[in-house]
Design a protein around this ligand. Sequence first.
Ligand code: FAD
Length: 388
Amino acid sequence: MKTADAVIIGGGIMGASAAHFLAKNRFGKIVLLEAKHLAAVSTGHSAANVRTYYTNHITLELAKRALHMFEDEHDELGGDCGFQQVGFLLLVDPNSLSVGNRIVELESKHGLDVKDLSPDDIRELAPQLSLTNVVKGVFEPRSGYADPVKTTQSLISRAEEWGLKAYQGSAATGIRKKAGQITGVETSDGAIETPVVINAAGAWAGHIDSWLDVKTSLRWSRESDLFVEMPADFGPLPVVSDPYHRSYFRPHSQNRIMAGLGAPKEIEPLHPDDYDSSLDPKTRQRIEQPLFKRVAALETAKHLGGYASIYTITDDWHPIVGARPEVEGYFAFFGGSGHGFKLAPPIGEALASIICGESPAIDIKAFRPERFIEGEPITSAWGEGNRG
Ligand SMILES: Cc1cc2nc3c(=O)[nH]c(=O)nc-3n(C[C@H](O)[C@H](O)[C@H](O)COP(=O)(O)OP(=O)(O)OC[C@H]3O[C@@H](n4cnc5c(N)ncnc54)[C@H](O)[C@@H]3O)c2cc1C
């Protein structure tokens, strides 16, 4: 029987963030268990867009903190996260005009650099784009995208310097409790005695909860991205979100462009232990159609493949984070719902403060697991099923 002060289950961005900030706070002996390898599932397939356009105060404040962390990745996140500050452009159509205006108002109120762009301004910024149905743009010059694998590895590597033990290929197989208190974790390599467990198991979080008879409502959706070769002389391109076509695209390393489907999402149910992780022809077409409408030059660009991965979705499309009232010492940190990558580091920082008995710099009470039964889900000005 080994011992630890905290055990984190899951080595995606959420588990890595929790581990990093607990280690940074010198919480004690911290162990992270990852059944496969770091960033093996949703995190490794994330578009990893880092933007701040949120329509509620809590996510906006966290996204603002996230942006600062990525800008200062070596000090804040432990090393190279591959952050590319190419800017983020929201193409606003007549239907999204009121939300677009709210975003500018809210972001400005939160001290973020956000610009209202006319169609002519957009043409200057990204001349490749066709602007049919676009009435204006909302542009975040400081936003961009990161490398999700590098980010996870940097968080872990720095935490290892502070004493974290991260085990890959080591699965949690059970959780022990006594008198309503966590006492240990069973693993494929033996048991670990601990008073604190963080469930950061992504798509398997509900399964892990079931070991403790804790109930969580989660859905899974199959989500795909594809790549095309960036034509020569294409010019600079920000991350583009196109709500009119429910599409997004952005530059990617090695002269590629990455594209996927935007919100609101049609749920494509899957089981995380048995799903098709390839880019199927129908999904490829669903992503390509809106992409080619906005960027005609890509229609003849070389297709470079793609994949399908998993969104783990909560009832209000926002993560579930915090102490579980059912079992002392048991904490939730999962349910990224398609936008959890950027939010994970600031939420991990806040959760680590809470576990260390301190007040977090950003209050994350809004993410508490009980919010659904208390009738206080998190809302978005975009409406239900949206993560903005
Ligand atoms: C295609 C796609 C595009 C996305 N784009 C963006 C974006 O642009 N911006 C953004 O902010 N977010 C985006 N997201 C969402 C974001 O990537 C996820 O919310 C986030 O990666 C979830 O991280 P996680 O750590 O909860 O889950 P995961 O990365 O899935 O990690 C969970 C880990 O737990 C491990 N695990 C499970 N059970 C056990 C066990 N019993 N023992 C040990 N380990 C276990 C798994 O192996 C897995 O590695 C996107 C997601 C996808 C799929």
